[in-house]
Design a binder for this molecule. Sequence first.
Ligand code: PEP
Ligand code: MN
Length: 454
Amino acid sequence: MSRLLTVVSNEEDWSPQSWRHRPAQQQPQYENHAALTQATDKLARLPPLVTSWEAQELKRALAEAQEGRRFLLHGGDCAESFVDCTSDIIVNRLKVLLQMSLVLAHGLKQPVIRVGRFAGQYAKPRSNDLEIRDGQSLPSFRGDIVNGPEFDEASRRIDPERLFDAYAHSALTLNFTRALVDSGFGDLRHPEHWKLDWIEHSPRAVEYRRVVGEIADSLRLMKTLGGQFGDGHVDAGFYTSHEALLLHYEEAFVRRVPYRRGWYNLSTHLPWIGMRTSALDGAHVEFFRGIANPIAVKVGPTTKPDDLLRLIDVLNPYEEPGRLTLITRMGKNNIADALPPLLRAVRHAGRRVLWVADPMHGNTESTGNGYKTRRFDNIRDELDLAFNIHAAEGTRLGGVHLELTGEDVTECLGGARDLAEADLARAYKTAVDPRLNYEQSMELSMLIVSAGRA
Ligand code: PEP
Ligand code: MN
């Protein structure tokens, strides 16, 4: 068997539990250990959420993106919540991601891999263990998989039974997503049904109308030709992804797959390591090194080139194509200094990764009226800089990672309708970080394309 197809785990010193011997950051402090074990034992007996076949298929697609033949669109909520597991919210999220992917595929002239931050994005890292309001101190909200967002004692209690609830809501989300995709998405991919009134507020309205017209023509042509050359089916597939933060939960989904070598984490297709948990000797890196999924790591502005190379050695020792995606989240003001040394170091070392830009997490700020927000212009500028820096360094930006929703929320400032601070109160709904709304997400994909990126 080819070296490239073999699995990374070195079974002599790795096991699904070996992370337990390393320092694990950002884990909730469960008090009832018997209840925790009971919950994870139950999860380990239940069927997983995805299959190893799908994970391998995504790895192959990511390997093509790494070679410049595909582009990755990776997006969804910062934190999914159980109450948002509804038909409308799931449909709207798929709709915006699908529409964005059609815009990107049209403009970049290549297939787009759609990966949702959904069906499991329930665990959040936090800067402080405690939150203090009006003199009262309670455990921080760490995502619906751990505790509840309301600021009261009962809701903030760290409850192991939520591990099962997270699995159940992931399964419900995935089941409905698969049904929508299998039924070809009905009419969701018809540009004449897209909600595009916002275009009239943009100085680039003429250009955007032309792009939408061309996409509609291409889709009609495919449908017409379908009778002659196939079924005219437009691929509408999605993969799932989440930050694999809560290691007790993730461990319960590590399965050995018959007829495949090694172990897979079947809680999701593409698990990622967050910026706060990517220490080389930490529990998360230990856990990820032994699973055979395609994996991603968030990389921030303080990452040193040598440390990044060591991380690549540990996570992808056999240089398996598509195995490792690096998601850079530098901030508009840091990217010009922070990104080039990392790109150079990886290129000089001859290591191959898929580079993806997250223009959200380095551009978070607080407004005078207390909202956590992000400016559309800063998000756009970081993306622009990322494309330019990659071009100058001879590397390729092969994807974008965005926090977004298909709803009409008011969480990020700016965009064609120029949302202002006073607008934030109208529909600020996120459980953690501010997301691009439907219109801002569509506009960002149009901007990527109109900048003529390839
Ligand atoms: C996130 O993706 O929501 C997140 C917490 O990101 P990061 O690890 O890059 O800070
Ligand atoms: Mn976030």
